[in-house]
Design a protein around this ligand. Structure first.
Ligand SMILES: CC(C)(COP(=O)(O)OP(=O)(O)OC[C@H]1O[C@@H](n2cnc3c(N)ncnc32)[C@H](O)[C@@H]1OP(=O)(O)O)[C@@H](O)C(=O)NCCC(=O)NCCS
Length: 148
């Protein structure tokens, strides 16, 4: 880990849109008292699922996770904010770039703690992969959501 990563990263910029926010609670800790990686991963999966579902306007499922990086630990009392943006759209799949940032102890400095790329697949009502619609076909609220 680079030296500067231990310092205040308040001025680093987030990528994507703030999609979920939650607080890390004692029930989510491992025996050492840090937050479980799996808890953070599930927060990222949920946020990516919201983003993918808005883009596909349908059911979506996670099919893969790439480049999962746990950069710094998450501590009890941190506010975890998950940012998402669409990196690539295939026929039925969407690659969502996901970053988690914490506000230490609710009011402290802000630091990036994880990042990864989640691939989701759009499904029809029968659970089969279905094409992701063109952006122009999205309802107005969803078009606004994806405005750059
Ligand atoms: C997602 C799922 C429906 C895809 O089924 P499939 O038979 O592979 O469907 P397809 O071959 O038509 O692939 C659909 C898309 O997924 C992509 N894909 C399929 N398997 C993939 C994998 N392992 N990694 C990355 N992408 C994959 C394909 O490239 C394709 O993308 P495209 O349409 O944009 O080109 C199926 O794999 C599934 O149900 N997986 C379980 C998902 C789940 O339950 N997630 C929650 C885990 S608890």
């Amino acid at each position: 880990m680079k030296k500067e990563q231990d310092n205040n990263s308040e001025n680093d910029s987030t990528r994507g849109r703030l999609t979920t926010r939650t607080i890390a609670m004692p029930a989510d800790t491992n025996p050492s008292g840090d937050i479980f990686g799996g808890w953070v991963l599930s927060q990222m999966d949920m946020a990516a699922g919201i983003c993918a579902g808005q883009r596909a306007q349908s059911r979506v499922v996670t099919v893969s996770v790439d480049g999962m990086d746990f950069i710094r630990p998450v501590k009890v009392g941190d506010i975890l904010g998950v940012y998402t943006c669409i990196e690539k759209i295939g026929r039925t799949s969407m690659d969502i770039h996901v970053e988690s940032w914490v506000r230490r102890g609710r009011i402290g400095i802000r630091q990036k703690v994880t990042e990864a790329t989640f691939r989701f697949v759009a499904l029809d009502n029968d659970g089969r992969p279905t094409p992701v619609p063109d952006e122009a076909e999205l309802p107005a609220y969803a078009q606004e959501y994806f405005e750059h």
